[in-house]
Ligand binder design. Structure first.
Ligand code: BG6
Length: 779
C-alpha cells in the first residue's frame, strides 16, 4: 500500500464504513488507536482481540473509532498478517453468530495496516487521521498509541509521536507502554526521564497486565463493597498471613536472552506481585472511583514496605536452565547461570495495620502447576466444643477462615473470589460476578469448595481487554505511574543487588521438585525447609556446616575469646548479654546497654528480638556507642538499624531509649548545638558512675572501634565522655563515646565478624577457615 492513491481510497472506505456503523446519534468524537508492533506476538495473541472488545463495548455509544496497525513489517506482509488476525477474532459467548459476523465485518473495515518507520511516515499518519476525521465531519476526541515494541525502540517512536503525531487542541493523547520498565532503580529512572521529555505524566499508561486480571481488578471493589464486614478483619489483629502466588509450569526456553537479563524477581515479583500486594495492603480510599485517591493511597502503601535484606528471599533455578542459555546464546560449556527462575520473598509493612503480618510473594517457572492467587488467611481464635465431624462450614469458627482472589488456572480453571462461609457472605456486583456451581470432589487450599462462598465472572475477560477499556476511559489507577514504578524499584533494587552473586538452589522441575522448594520463615528471615541435597550441588564435596565447628574458648589480651562460626557466636553473645542484663536488673534495678552500629550486630539484634523472651527489656536502657551524622530516619543511621532490627520487635519503654543527638536545630553535628555534651550529661544523670553495664563494640577493617579512628585522635583520652570525630569514609562526621568512657564500663564485648577483619584482630587459627570472634574485655 505504498501508493498514496491506495491510502486515500482506504481512508475513504474506512470513513464510509465508520459512518455506516454510526447510528443517527450525536457523537462525542472520534478516537484513533494506533497499535505499534501490530504484527508481534502480543498483538496477535491479545491486543487485536482487546481492541475488538473495545469496539464491541463502545461502538454505537458516544464515540467512533479507527484502528491502525503499524509495524516495520513490509506493507504486503503486514496486511496479510493483520487480515489473518482479524479473521480469527471472537465474540463473547452471548453474541449470536450472525451478529458476531456483522460486528467483525465492521471492525475489519475500520482496521488497516501501515508500514511505520521514518519520521515522514509519522507525519503522513497524522495527516491521514486528520483527513479521516474531516471527511467524516467528526470531531477528534483522542489518539491512543499502544507501544507493543521492545524498549530500545521507545525513544525514537516517542520522539516521532511528540513531534508530529499529537492530536490538535481539545483532543487527548494516550501512550501505552509495556514492561520491562528498566532493570533496576537507576535504569527505570533514566527511562522515565527520557519518556518524560516527550510525554506528560497523565499521557502515559504503563501496563501491568495483572492489574487487568479480573480477580485482581476486583480486590478494591470487593474491599469497598464489603467494608462493613472487613473493617474489623483487615488488619494485623486478625490476618495471620497473606500469600501472593504465581506458579508456572512453563520454563524460559525460547526467551532466555530476555530472561537471563531479568530473572524471576524482575520479571514477576517487582511488578505483578507487588502491584497485587499494594491493592491488598493499601488503606481503602473513601471513593474508589477516584483514580487520584487510589493512586495516592497505593503510593503510601509502597512507602510503608519495610526494606528487604538478603535473608528475606530464597532463590531457585530449574536444572535445565543453564543448558538452555548455553544453547540459545552460544555460551561455552563451562557457563553456569546465576539467574533465579524461582523466588520466595518475605515482605513486611511498617504500619499499624500490618505490622508483623508476613506477606509471602512467590513465583517460579517449571513448577508442578500453573496457578495464581492472593490468599488472606485469618487467625483462628476460637475453640469449638462440638466434635469436628459435626462442624458445619458456615457456623464453625474452627474451620480455616480465608479470602482468596483466585487469579486463574489451577484446579478451578477460572478467576474466582472465595470467602470462607464462616467469615461472612460477601457482596459482589451481580451483573459481573455469579455464584459458582457445586464441584463435588474439588478441594482448594485443603478444603472442599462447598466451604466457600465462591463467585466467578459472568463473562470471562482477558486482562488486555480489561485494560484497553480502562485506557479508553482514562482510568489511570489501573496503570503504573512513574512515582509507583520508582517506588517499586526502590524497594526491590537493594535486594537484587545483595543477591546478585547468590547461587540459586537447583530444582529438577515439575512434580519432581517434591518439597525441595518449600520454605519457612521466622522474624524477617526466610529459608528453605530442606537442606540442599548433595546430588544437586555441583562442585567437589559437601560444604562444611556451621554445626561442624566447635565453639572455642581462649584468651585474647587477658580476656575470654570466643571464636566460632557466626550462628554459634551470635547465639553465645546473645545468651551472655541476657545473663548480664538479668544480673544487673536483679542487683541495681536497671541495665544500661550501649550498642554499636554497622552490619555485624544486625544478626545479634535479630537473635535478641526473636529468641530472648526472658530479656528484662522493661528495665533496660539502650544507648548508642556511636552515630553517623545523618538524620535518625536515614537508612545509614545506626539508630535506624537498631530501630528496624530490634526496637520495633520488643517492648522497651520509650523513655529508656537514648539515640545520640546528632540532628539538632535542623543541623547535623554542629559544634554549637552541643549534642555531644548533651549526651554526656544524660549519661552522667542516668548511669551510675557513668559506667555502662555492657558496651558492645565492633571493629572496622582499618582497626577503628566505636567511631574512634586510628588517624583521628579525638576521644582516645581526656575528660570528654562523648566526642565528635571524623571518619575517613562517608558520612565523614560521627559522634562517639570516648575511650575513657568505654573503659569505665563493667563489661565490654567486641564482636568481629567476617574474613576481612581477620588480619586486624591478628588472630590465627590452626585451621584454614576463619570463624568470627567475640572477646569480652576492657580496651
Ligand atoms: C509476564 C512474564 O509478564 O507474565 C512471563 O514476563 C510470565 O514470564 C507471564 O510467564 C505470566 O502471565 P500470565 O498472564 O500467563 O499469568
Amino acid at each position: 500500500m505504498k501508493h498514496p492513491g491506495c491510502w486515500k481510497m482506504l481512508t475513504v472506505a474506512m470513513c464510509m464504513a465508520l459512518l455506516g456503523c454510526l447510528q443517527a446519534q450525536e457523537l462525542r468524537g472520534h478516537v484513533s488507536v494506533i497499535l505499534l508492533g501490530a504484527t508481534g506476538d502480543l498483538a496477535r495473541k491479545y491486543l487485536w482481540q482487546g481492541l475488538f472488545q473495545l469496539y464491541l463495548d463502545e461502538a454505537g455509544k458516544d464515540y467512533s473509532f479507527s484502528f491502525h496497525g503499524a509495524a516495520l513489517t513490509s506493507t504486503k506482509q503486514g496486511q496479510a498478517f493483520v487480515a489473518k488476525v482479524l479473521e480469527s477474532l471472537s465474540c463473547p459467548e452471548d453474541v449470536a453468530p450472525d451478529r458476531c459476523a456483522e460486528l467483525k465485518g465492521q471492525f475489519q473495515r475500520l482496521s488497516a495496516y501501515r508500514h511505520l518507520a521514518t519520521s515522514e511516515d509519522y507525519v503522513a499518519l497524522s495527516k491521514d487521521i486528520e483527513a479521516q476525521v474531516q471527511h467524516g465531519g467528526l470531531r477528534e476526541a483522542g489518539r491512543i498509541f499502544y507501544f507493543s515494541v521492545p524498549p530500545f525502540a521507545y525513544a525514537d517512536i516517542a520522539r516521532n509521536i511528540n513531534s508530529s503525531c499529537r492530536p490538535g487542541p481539545g483532543a487527548w493523547l494516550r501512550v501505552v507502554l509495556e514492561k520491562p520498565f528498566g532493570h533496576d532503580h537507576l535504569s527505570a529512572q533514566q527511562l522515565a526521564t527520557e519518556l518524560g521529555g516527550f510525554f506528560r505524566e497523565e499521557e502515559m499508561y504503563r501496563v501491568d497486565h495483572y492489574l487487568g486480571k479480573q480477580a485482581v481488578a476486583q480486590i478494591l471493589p470487593f474491599r469497598d463493597q464489603n467494608r462493613k464486614a472487613l473493617d474489623g478483619l483487615w488488619s494485623r489483629h486478625h490476618v495471620e498471613r497473606v500469600e501472593i502466588i504465581m506458579k508456572e509450569t512453563v520454563d524460559a526456553e525460547g526467551r532466555t536472552s530476555f530472561y537471563e537479563e531479568y530473572g524471576v524477581i524482575r520479571d514477576v515479583l517487582q511488578n505483578h506481585l507487588t502491584e497485587v500486594l499494594t491493592l491488598v495492603a493499601m488503606e481503602l480510599p473513601h471513593n474508589i472511583s477516584s483514580s487520584e485517591s487510589v493512586l495516592q493511597h497505593k503510593l503510601r502503601a509502597f512507602r510503608a514496605l519495610r526494606g528487604l535484606q538478603k535473608g528475606s528471599a530464597v532463590l531457585g533455578q530449574y536444572q535445565a536452565y543453564s543448558e538452555q542459555v548455553r544453547r540459545e546464546q552460544q555460551r561455552p560449556d563451562s557457563f553456569r547461570s546465576l539467574t533465579p527462575t524461582f523466588a520466595g520473598v518475605l515482605v513486611h509493612m511498617d504500619n499499624l495495620r500490618w505490622e508483623g503480618v508476613p506477606f509471602i510473594l512467590m513465583s517460579g517457572k517449571a513448577l508442578d502447576e500453573r496457578v495464581g492467587y492472593v490468599r488472606i488467611l485469618f487467625r483462628n481464635q476460637a475453640y469449638c466444643v462440638l466434635s469436628d465431624e459435626r462442624w458445619v462450614a458456615d457456623q464453625s469458627q474452627c474451620l480455616p477462615r480465608q479470602i482468596v482472589f483466585y487469579i486463574g488456572h489451577g484446579e478451578l480453571g477460572s478467576p474466582a473470589v472465595l470467602v470462607s462461609r464462616n467469615l461472612f457472605r460477601p457482596s459482589l456486583p451481580s451483573e459481573s460476578w455469579k455464584e459458582l456451581g457445586a464441584r463435588p470432589g474439588l478441594r482448594l487450599f485443603g478444603r472442599p469448595l462447598s466451604d466457600f462462598y465462591a463467585y466467578r465472572p459472568v463473562r470471562e475477560q482477558d486482562a488486555y481487554s480489561v485494560l484497553i477499556s480502562r485506557i479508553f476511559h482514562g482510568r489511570k489507577d489501573s496503570f503504573v505511574t512513574t512515582e509507583h514504578l520508582l517506588a517499586s524499584w526502590g524497594f526491590w533494587t537493594p535486594l537484587l543487588d545483595s543477591l546478585a552473586h547468590e547461587v540459586p538452589r537447583l530444582y529438577p522441575g515439575g512434580a519432581e521438585n517434591g518439597h525441595l522448594l518449600d520454605f519457612e520463615f521466622g522474624g524477617a528471615q526466610l529459608c528453605f525447609s530442606q537442606q540442599q541435597p548433595e546430588q544437586l550441588v555441583p562442585g567437589p564435596g559437601p560444604a562444611p556446616m556451621p554445626s561442624g565447628f566447635q565453639v572455642l574458648k581462649a584468651k585474647y589480651r587477658e580476656s575470654p575469646l570466643i571464636s566460632a562460626w557466626p550462628e554459634e557466636l551470635i547465639a553465645k553473645l546473645a545468651d551472655d548479654i541476657e545473663a548480664t542484663a538479668v544480673r544487673a536488673v536483679r542487683r541495681f534495678g536497671t541495665f544500661h546497654l550501649a550498642l554499636s552500629g554497622g552490619s555485624s550486630p544486625v544478626p545479634l539484634f535479630q537473635q535478641l528480638a526473636t529468641r530472648h523472651y526472658g530479656f528484662p527489656w522493661a528495665h533496660t536502657h539502650l544507648w548508642l556507642v556511636d552515630e553517623r551524622c545523618v538524620p535518625l530516619w536515614d537508612p545509614e543511621s545506626n539508630f535506624q538499624h537498631l530501630q528496624t532490627h530490634l526496637l520495633q520487635h520488643i517492648r522497651v519503654p520509650y523513655y529508656n531509649i537514648h539515640p545520640m543527638p546528632v540532628h539538632l536545630h535542623q543541623r547535623l553535628c554542629a559544634e554549637e548545638d552541643q549534642g555531644a555534651q548533651t549526651y554526656a550529661s544524660e549519661i552522667s544523670a542516668l548511669v551510675a558512675n557513668s559506667s555502662f553495664d555492657l558496651v558492645l563494640l565492633g571493629m572496622g577493617a582499618d582497626g577503628h572501634t566505636a567511631s574512634l579512628f586510628p588517624q583521628s585522635p579525638s576521644g582516645l583520652d581526656g575528660e570528654q565522655l562523648v566526642v565528635l570525630t571524623e571518619s575517613p569514609s562517608r558520612p565523614f562526621q560521627r559522634m562517639s563515646l570516648s575511650l575513657p568512657l568505654i573503659n569505665r564500663a563493667r563489661k565490654v564485648a567486641v564482636l568481629v565478624m567476617g574474613r576481612v577483619k581477620r588480619e586486624i584482630t591478628m588472630l590465627r587459627r590452626p585451621d584454614e577457615r576463619s570463624p568470627s570472634s567475640v572477646t569480652e574485655h576492657g580496651c
